[in-house]
Design a protein around this ligand. Structure first.
Ligand SMILES: [Zn+2]
Length: 68
């Protein structure tokens, strides 16, 4: 089974498939595609809860969150 997570910016309004909250521009969301499953759009909070959004440090030591 393959899955693909893309970090995207909301354009307009999108409803989170995790918590049902409406996300608005310019929030980030995770677009999750898995074989044989409907696509999921998750807000940052749900992405974090599911492990799709990870804290990392960039080359200057700043903490950044990136989607897998
Ligand atoms: Zn959510």
């Amino acid at each position: 089974m393959a899955s693909w997570v893309a970090g995207l910016i909301v354009s307009g309004e999108i409803e989170c498939n995790g918590c049902g909250r409406v996300m608005r521009h310019p929030e980030r969301y995770a677009h999750v595609t898995e074989d044989d499953k409907p696509r999921l759009r998750l807000c940052e909070k749900c992405s974090r809860a599911k492990g799709y959004l990870k804290k990392r440090r960039d080359e200057k030591g700043r903490e950044v969150e990136t989607f897998l």
